[in-house]
Design a protein around this ligand. Structure first.
Ligand code: GRF
Length: 205
């Protein structure tokens, strides 16, 4: 039922290919989430134009305007999310750390995608580090967001092989193709109430 679809915001900082995958998935009439807002901390984020072209409300809240005051930036974002009656938040290439208060407010209702098989390779440059380390499997993880960076409870993971001739770019592309399947599935599960957090684990409700 369309009326029960969870109103979801996607937070981006860049090109927004994961955002686009979520928007595409949410076009299905039986998808349990509606993308109601795309919010960027950067006015030049390419994803904003894609969202607008899909008729989705967009907003820009520049973190630079708040200096070092992370809490004030997060409060401005919260006000925008409230204005749109947002129920769920998806981080999709959103390159800002969020304050503990913001994470606690959204606990269990905010998810992220990370381009590595967590807990391996938290943080940035995951593909380069996977190549340097010599792992034979790499991939991506969807997880709940907690104050610790890339530390939240894991919802889903997908693995890809690391090939002998891989470059950072070829490996990133192979992982990204999996991200675009994994993230819509995670939001589908969350929005349909199928997930339950139990300590460090995410179980089916
Ligand atoms: C993705 O690799 C995502 O896993 C990471 O940042 C990248 C964002 O890419 N968090 P895009 O903006 O979704 O294309």
């Amino acid at each position: 039922m369309v009326s029960s679809r969870k109103k979801t915001a996607i937070l981006i900082s860049g090109r927004g290919s994961n955002m686009a995958a979520l928007i595409e998935a949410a076009k299905a009439s039986d998808y349990p989430a509606e993308i109601a807002l795309v919010l960027s901390n950067k006015p030049e984020a390419g994803g904003l134009a894609i969202a607008a072209a899909n008729g989705i409300a967009t907003a820009v809240i520049e973190h630079k305007a708040f200096g070092k005051d992370r809490a004030a930036f997060d409060a401005a974002m919260q006000a925008e999310l409230d204005r749109h009656n947002i129920e769920l938040v998806c981080l999709a290439g959103f390159m800002r750390l969020l304050s503990a208060g913001f994470c606690e407010h959204w606990f269990g209702r905010m998810i992220n995608i990370h381009p590595a098989i967590l807990p391996a390779f938290k943080g940035l440059d995951t593909h380069a580090r996977a190549l340097e380390t010599g792992v034979k499997l790499h991939g991506c993880t969807t997880h709940f967001v907690t104050p610790g960076m890339d530390e939240g409870q894991i919802i889903g993971q997908a693995a890809v092989p690391v090939r002998d001739d891989d470059t950072e770019a070829s490996l990133a592309a192979r992982v990204l193709a999996e991200e675009h399947k994994l993230y819509p599935e995670a939001l589908r599960l969350l929005a349909s109430g199928a997930l339950r957090i139990s300590g460090n684990r995410v179980l089916r409700a």
